[in-house]
Design a protein around this ligand. Structure first.
Ligand code: BEZ
Ligand code: FE
Length: 334
């Protein structure tokens, strides 16, 4: 309706200063009805304003920040998500995954997904090879997937992906069409929770660094390398979806991963295939061997842990007036 003005129900501060503008923004933003959104915005505005006050941010720096974020947005396409890369390289992706998917002791920790998971991978029978790269160093992978009680989990859908021996994922090749995925596959666990496959020994590679995030890393004196790793994604009804990866100990980038994905429990030592295994798994004796027992957490256990950790974290911050609604933290209304 032309000319109609919204009624302002909250007392607005008029004499805005560096010190009271935050409170003023909070008051205006508090009119919505979604408690989670109001809480998120309240914390975001507080941290942004404190950041500007603490750094005494100049107008020129503020503009450079806007231009940087604009360039990040312009670099995004259907197959390139520069904002997620920015989040990855600033440690935010790993932080959010660790908060949202808490793990009890002795379960398998999660890590960053990265941009190279696809839905092109073919279902292969256990024991097959996921890589056709003749230059890769052969690797036998013998794995199990169990619950936190030690019970094998049958028929888990396990997505696995890795680069070729040049450190390039299949989707990164210009001619890639999706009909011949390589370095990736989907396997299902058997009734003992066992799944095994052949692959190649992972190698280090660079994250996409030809955009604004790459420039940022350069200005910060950071390299764009990820340590050698293989990705795994586990899906099974009733269990928390697990996105993880295994990292090779001793990799030159083990302690300086460009996206902060390495966790101690995910670092592995490769061993070598003995004569008996060579015969059983039809691979050359002396080939590299990866063994790992993955442990999934039920949805119920995860939810309980997530809620408890959230309230504990708030208590540590001196905020006792918080509650959880639908798994999300909000201030108590009364
Ligand atoms: C990856 O491991 O595939 C990856 C993760 C984050 C950013 C880029 C690549
Ligand atoms: Fe990767």
């Amino acid at each position: 309706m032309a000319g109609a003005r919204p009624k302002v129900e909250v007392p607005i501060l008029k004499d805005l200063t560096i010190d009271n503008i935050t409170e003023n923004v909070h008051r205006i933003n508090s009119q919505g009805s979604d408690p989670r959104m109001k809480y998120i915005l309240e914390r975001l505005v507080s941290h942004m304003h404190d950041f500007a006050r603490e750094t005494r941010l100049s107008t020129q720096e503020w503009m450079e920040g806007i231009e940087f974020l604009t360039a990040v947005g312009k670099k995004c396409t259907d197959v390139r998500q520069e904002f997620i890369l920015l989040s990855d390289t600033l440690g935010l992706s790993l932080l959010v995954d660790s908060i949202d998917h808490p793990k009890p002791p002795a379960s398998t920790e999660g890590t960053v997904l990265g941009p190279y998971h696809t839905h092109d991978a073919q279902d292969i029978p256990t024991g097959s090879s996921i890589s056709a790269d003749p230059d890769g160093e052969p690797l036998l992978c013998l794995c199990t997937v169990k619950s936190t009680t030690g019970a094998p989990i049958q028929d888990v859908k396990i997505d696995i992906w890795e680069t070729d021996s040049k450190g390039v994922y299949d989707v990164q090749y210009e001619h890639y069409t999706g009909d011949r995925p390589d370095g990736r596959a989907v396997i299902r666990s058997d009734k003992e929770g066992v799944f095994w496959f052949k692959a190649i020994v992972p190698v280090p590679y660079r994250i996409p660094n030809d955009g604004p995030v790459g420039q940022m890393l350069e200005q910060l004196g950071r390299h764009p390398w990820r340590p050698s790793h293989m990705h795994f994604m586990f899906e099974k009804e009733g269990f928390d979806h697990l996105i993880t990866a295994l990292y090779l100990r001793g990799d030159p980038y083990e302690t300086s991963d460009a996206v902060f994905g390495v966790k101690e429990s995910l670092i592995i030592d490769l061993s070598t295939v003995n004569a008996e295994q060579a015969k059983k798994y039809d691979i050359k004796e002396g080939s590299k061997l990866l063994t790992y027992d993955f442990v999934l957490v039920t949805d119920e256990e995860t939810k309980k842990l997530r809620d408890n950790e959230a309230l504990k974290a708030m208590k540590a911050l001196g905020r006792d007036n918080m509650t959880i609604i639908n798994g999300l933290l909000v201030p108590d209304v009364d």
